[in-house]
Design a protein around this ligand. Structure first.
Ligand code: 5RP
Length: 261
């Protein structure tokens, strides 16, 4: 496996390595999208190789499907497996109420469908993703291309009625072209600065015709695993209606189990 080179990559690797241990033989597992989820896929591939772990992965994007199949993971589709035991995914922001902003990588629609079909969703991240309040990261909203201007007007009107001031709504581009998701849709990024009521906003956005889904994940994740570059991992999870936090010991040889490049 490649070695994490930067502090942020080491943190993502530490979180991913811990989360990968939660996958058991026979499980059906949703595989998230993004640079953190890519570490998870690599860690799972290591476990398959070294421990003969046997599980079925359902990727949340073409990007993840490509990496996972290159590394020889056994993959299926959500329609084939129907229901998943666990989904492990990255995030752009997570607050203390386990609410998330996702979609920085453009895969929010498949990610949300896969997470919803899972008995459990675990979020893996480096410490920069842990926030007091959601909204510094622009909220992605996936829209169908037809009537995009009308959908934009309806989103702006909703934001104004909901009291969001000085907001910017930006059509996402990549390489100067309008960004197209795996489902052939486009994304508006909502620069809101602070989201006060994620639960209301997610419902209201999804009522707008033309909006397919938005990047707020509310009431979906019950556990976060935040890795640190030292190898320490902070786990927060809901158990019996309470938040339980745990911290692993510093692992000085954390990265020694990875082969050379
Ligand atoms: C993709 C996502 C990613 O999970 C999110 O953007 C985090 O990515 P990274 O791990 O690269 O920071 O939601 O749609």
């Amino acid at each position: 496996m490649i070695k994490p080179k930067t502090g942020s990559e080491r943190a993502k690797y530490a979180a991913s390595r811990h989360a990968a241990k939660m996958v058991k033989n026979g499980m059906k597992v949703g595989l998230g999208t993004g640079s953190t989820a890519a570490w998870l896929v690599r860690c799972l591939a290591e476990r398959v190789k070294n421990e003969q772990l046997s599980f079925v992965g359902v990727p949340t994007s073409e990007e993840t499907a490509q990496l996972a199949s290159e590394l020889g993971l056994n993959l299926s589709t959500l329609d084939e497996v129907g229901h998943l035991d666990l989904t492990i995914d990255g995030t752009d922001e997570v607050n203390n109420a386990f609410e998330l902003i996702k979609g920085g990588g453009g895969a929010l629609l498949r990610e949300k469908i896969v997470a919803k079909a899972s008995a459990e969703m675990i979020v893996i991240a480096d410490p920069s993703k842990n926030v007091e309040a959601l909204g510094q990261f622009p909220l992605p909203v996936e829209v169908i291309p037809f009537g995009r201007g009308a959908t934009l007007a309806a989103i702006e009107s909703l934001l104004e009625q909901s009291g969001y001031k000085d907001v910017q709504v930006v059509l996402r581009k990549r390489d100067e072209q309008v960004f197209v998701t795996d489902e052939g849709n486009n994304i508006f990024d909502l620069h809101l600065k602070m989201i006060t009521n994620a639960s209301d906003l997610t419902c209201e956005l999804n009522l707008i015709p033309g909006v397919v889904e938005n990047g707020l994940f509310v009431d979906m994740c019950r556990q976060t695993i935040i890795g640190h570059e030292s190898g320490i991992v902070m786990i927060r999870r809901m158990a019996g209606g309470k938040v339980v936090t745990e911290q692993t010991d510093e692992i000085t040889n954390l990265f020694s189990d990875i082969g050379e490049l």
